[in-house]
Design a protein around this ligand. Structure first.
Ligand code: SAM
Ligand code: DTB
Ligand code: SF4
Length: 299
């Protein structure tokens, strides 16, 4: 699929997209970093690893009241899902109880709730499901053959194990990866094949463009041809026809025209709001203008 002429690939992606979705409807999720920095892991793209100096200030787990204020603002701004992320290898039991209170509060505000807390231990997925968590985000991040060039402190099979726990507990899976980390096209195809082979495939598939962060090993990653990113979105759409494909990190660095190509290729979800986890996102006012110029409808 990656090798198809661009127009043929986009045509196939559109055909697939329109069979399963309203092609003009785009879902909006808001993100909040509830615990920032100081992470034990060494993921080469990440600003939050304690193993390197990215100038990021290390924070404690946020208080419930602050999370509620942020969630209410996100809802009032039009987000339908609120995603909370923590810079952990995985949650400790005491922290999990605090996070569960946050999930309940988000649900009380009438939004879907999503968490990304790292690797889950025995029984933790069940506790999150019981609290009403809709989605758990845990990315494969890259193709299996490239993973150990990106992360050495945990393995990709360990991540797959967490995904199985999430599924067994009855929650929906949000799982995708990062494009532009110097990987080959073969690795990009392999990531998408691994995602599509999950049974069932993830309900939500975030495709992140690497945000190159000074102080990380990927600071000087070779630039990716923007059309290759669009191709990756199109292939994700074709390989996972009924999943929400999210145009995730990296939108702020993209032109409106490139984002439009991504929507044309079958992306139908975005992160919405001024911040991702530790970096800025495209401004809500820019997104509203883009939606209206393209006739896109938020859902
Ligand atoms: N610690 C947890 C984990 O690793 O699963 C949750 C937070 S982690 C920051 C969530 C995801 O954000 C990563 O799996 C990666 O896909 C994405 N991410 C982190 N830094 C990024 C960057 N600089 N550019 C693009 N995506 C990034
Ligand atoms: C995902 O796939 N992308 C989001 C969310 N899941 C947690 C995170 C993007 C982070 C971008 C870099 C940063 O802001 O630190
Ligand atoms: Fe830690 Fe997650 Fe960043 Fe890896 S991606 S360093 S596990 S916060």
């Amino acid at each position: 699929m990656f090798e198809l002429p661009f127009a043929d690939l986009i045509f196939r992606a559109q055909e697939t997209h329109r069979r399963h979705f309203d092609a003009n409807a785009v879902q909006r999720s808001a993100l909040l970093s509830i615990k920032t920095g100081g992470c034990s892991e060494d993921c080469g793209y990440c600003s939050q690893s304690a193993r390197r100096d990215t100038g990021l200030e290390r924070g404690k787990l946020m208080e419930l009241a602050e999370v509620i204020t942020a969630a209410r603002a996100a809802r009032d701004g039009g987000a339908t899902r609120f995603c909370m992320g923590a810079a952990w290898r995985g949650p400790k039991e005491g922290d999990l109880a605090k996070v569960i209170a946050m999930v309940r509060a988000v649900k009380d505000l009438g939004m879907e709730a999503c968490l990304t807390l790292g690797l889950l231990g025995e029984g933790q997925a069940e506790q999150l499901a019981a609290a009403g968590l809709d989605y758990y985000n845990h990315n494969l991040d890259t193709g299996a053959e490239y993973y150990d060039q990106v992360v050495t402190t945990h393995s990709q099979p360990a991540r797959v194990d967490t995904l199985m726990k999430v599924r067994a507990a009855g929650m929906k899976i949000c799982c995708g990866g990062i494009i532009g980390m110097g990987e080959s096209r073969h690795v990009r195809a392999s990531l998408l094949a691994q995602l599509a082979k999950l049974d069932p495939p993830p309900e939500s598939v975030p495709i992140n463009h690497l945000v190159a962060i000074p102080g990380t090993p990927m600071e000087n990653a070779p630039p990716l041809d923007p059309f290759e990113f669009v191709r990756t979105i199109a292939c994700a759409r074709i390989a996972m026809p009924t999943s929400w494909v999210r145009l995730s990190a990296g939108r702020q660095q993209m032109s409106d025209e490139l984002q439009a190509l991504c929507f044309l290729a079958g992306a139908n979800s975005i992160f919405y709001g001024e911040r991702l986890l530790t970096t800025d996102n495209a401004e809500a006012s820019r997104d509203s203008a883009l939606f209206s110029r393209l006739g896109l409808r938020p859902v």
